[in-house]
Design a protein around this ligand. Structure first.
Ligand code: URA
Length: 242
């Protein structure tokens, strides 16, 4: 029998457990020793819309909350312009720890950390995932295509066990460095309300958990020696019992 899907309250509890695991993570020795704290993610644990950025910066590392610095303020502004707020969405990053000096995430760090992101996606069950910039776009698409080629183009992708609408857009920090990028980001954000109105994508058939093999019948216990019925006379030494 297929088990019933977890309730929202159960998923929330699991998400808290995932946070507890992440908080003590030491998979990346450098990040574990330089971070102030793990920045797990924040927002609505039942959100239809999830954002995935790159990695915490200095402010995020200090406060333990993603996107609270300059790029975060722009993210909140862009959301507000399309009638959404940070409370409506869940925001996370590919890396949960700040890379020192805000360097790029290293491939091994992405590999080490991705389990937390996949668990977040599975437990929050968003309908739309907006990847911000190259790192999250490449990771979740499993493909090296760069953001400039695919931003603003939603596609249905199966992530883990669920189909979602994946919507890659530029990282808001890009508009802090290149002002003309702001218009592009605003155009892409303007597509979000309609995307959220679409029905959820068809879900793949749930994979039936493997039916456990029946326990093998325990091998018959060797007959107690005392009950052996030796063919030879009981006092024969050839039974090999010592
Ligand atoms: N940039 C990110 O990618 N994530 C943050 O949390 C902050 C800045």
């Amino acid at each position: 029998m297929t088990p019933s899907p977890p309730t929202s309250a159960e998923r929330r509890e699991e998400l808290k457990a995932c946070f507890t695991d992440a908080r003590g993570c030491v998979r990346c020795p450098q990040l574990a020793s330089t971070r102030t704290q793990v920045v797990f993610g924040a927002g609505n644990a039942d959100a239809d819309l999830m954002f995935v950025g790159e990695a915490p910066g200095a402010k995020e590392d200090e406060q333990g909350v993603p996107f609270v610095g300059a790029a975060g303020k722009l993210l909140s502004q862009l959301l507000g312009e399309v009638g959404l707020s940070r409370e409506d969405v869940f925001v996370a990053n590919v890396l949960k720890c700040r890379p020192p000096g805000n360097r790029d995430p290293a491939p091994v760090e992405i590999e080490n950390c991705q389990e937390y992101l996949w668990r977040q996606i599975e437990l929050i069950e968003p309908r739309v995932i907006c990847t911000l910039g190259n790192f999250s776009t490449k990771l979740l698409r499993g493909d090296p295509t760069g953001i400039s080629r695919i931003h603003g183009q939603p596609e249905i992708r199966v992530l883990g066990r669920r189909a979602v609408r994946l919507f890659p857009i530029y990282h808001p920090a890009a508009a802090l460095y290149t002002r003309s990028m702001l218009g592009t980001l605003q155009e892409d954000f303007a597509k979000l309300p309609a995307l959220l109105e679409l029905p959820p994508p068809d879900q793949p058939e749930p994979v039936e958990p493997p039916v456990p093999e029946p326990e093998p019948e325990p091998a018959p216990a060797p007959e107690p020696v005392a009950e052996l019925k030796p063919e030879s006379p009981p006092d024969a030494p050839q039974l090999g019992l010592f």
